[in-house]
Design a protein around this ligand. Structure first.
Ligand code: ADP
Ligand code: MG
Length: 367
């Protein structure tokens, strides 16, 4: 397979088996009858079992009886569909616990589906950890913001009133300064208002909402406001079921994402709003035994350069901003709204674009 008819590269490909064993991700290949047919070296190390023993005795004896892995493999085989399960705790038969992401890929075959089962110890899992960190940071910042908002408003109106009174008694140089005071006071006031929206602790009013109607509203607001002169494109999956959401809060969150996308875009750039239904995306919320299905995906995509390296890992924390005049509250608010909905938000760079990806739960039947 290393030789091509017309073109002979100087360096031949290594043998596929060597490549397979070089893969850093522990992966095993199950045939349509569920037997382990291949297990790479990192899989042997991860499961602490040789490929030969795996082939002979299977993988099931290595994991606890109630392990979620069994259910996931059954599900993938029954549906013939890939699955990504984040942050599972994998009980190994030796008694140890591993927190992993399990990704199952499917290869259809006449005899049934082959499954490539790979484990990612603490890789994507970091997203969840970050999310938990985000929640904590958001909560403490919220308390500070609520206190500040309250304490700052009163003196502000005093300062503004005094500057206004002074203006009447000053010459034109002095008036310029008093106007500067008022303008700056107004800027601080606007910041306090934004902090206030961040401290909104009213309970969510979850209702079945059409996410496309919400995104359409956000798009119209953007097109007639901060997004004048930019192109907006929609790439929607029309079969999407309703989200279990609070309309106002979701509008607030997506408005922030779209505003950031506009600010990051080159002049006249294109911002894409995309939705998709992704079966098999699961999250186990920390501290809860249940797993939650998050099949509803919304992406806000821009063609900008992406966040600078020094903020990329802290985007969702409050007061992190790399923008002149930025408050760093936008994405903290997004993280709060999304996590209040039980969802996840993350940023990815893909094909030279910046993608903010939000996963949300759908309305549960009978709920
Ligand atoms: N779409 C994006 N592309 C590039 N950088 C972004 C994008 N969205 C957010 N950022 C970065 O994240 C920072 C924080 O965003 P945000 O919390 O909304 O605060 P602010 O917009 O007030 O700076 C921004 O300053 C910017 O550096
Ligand atoms: Mg912003």
């Amino acid at each position: 397979m290393a030789t091509a008819a017309r073109f002979e590269p100087e360096i031949p490909l290594p043998h596929p088996a060597d490549l397979w064993n070089a893969l850093p991700t522990p992966t095993m290949l199950l045939d349509p009858e569920g037997r382990v047919r291949l297990a790479n070296t990192s899989c042997e190390a991860f499961l602490n079992c040789s490929a030969a023993t795996l082939a002979e005795r299977g993988w099931e004896h290595l994991v606890a009886d109630d392990s979620m892995l069994r259910a996931l493999v059954l599900e993938a085989r029954a549906k013939g569909q890939g699955i990504a399960a984040y942050d599972l705790s994998l009980g190994l038969a030796g008694g140890s616990e591993q927190r992993v992401d399990v990704l199952i890929g499917v290869l259809a075959d006449r005899a049934g589906p082959w499954l490539a089962v790979s484990f990612q110890p603490r890789a994507v899992t970091a997203i969840v950890d970050r999310q938990v960190g985000q929640q904590g940071a958001a909560r403490s910042a919220m308390a500070v913001a609520a206190m500040l908002a309250h304490e700052i408003r009163n003196p502000l109106s005093g300062i503004r009133g005094a500057a206004q009174l002074l203006e009447a008694q000053l010459d034109s140089d002095g008036r310029e300064l008093s106007r500067l005071i008022m303008a700056e006071v107004d800027r601080v006031g606007a910041l306090v208002d934004r902090m206030d929206s961040f401290t909104d602790t009213r309970p969510l009013r979850l209702q079945p909402e059409n996410i496309h109607a919400i995104l359409g509203h956000v798009r119209r607001l953007a097109e007639t406001g901060f997004g004048v002169g930019f192109q907006f494109r929609e790439r929607y999956d029309p079969s999407l079921p309703p989200v279990a959401g609070d309309r106002d809060r979701l509008i607030q969150a997506f408005l922030n994402l779209v505003k950031n996308a506009v600010e990051a875009s080159p002049p006249g750039g294109t911002i894409t709003l995309a939705t998709a239904f992704r079966q098999g995306v699961w999250l186990r919320p920390p501290g809860s035994p249940a797993r939650v299905s998050l099949p509803l995906e919304v992406q806000v995509i821009d063609e900008g350069e992406g966040p600078p390296a020094h903020v990329a890992d802290h985007l969702f924390e409050p007061f992190v901003s790399a923008r002149r005049g930025g408050t760093g509250l936008g994405l903290a608010l997004v993280a709060k709204v999304v996590s209040d909905h039980g969802g996840v938000v993350e940023m990815q760079r893909r094909d030279g674009r910046t993608v903010f990806r939000v996963l949300l739960p759908v309305v549960r039947e009978g709920a």
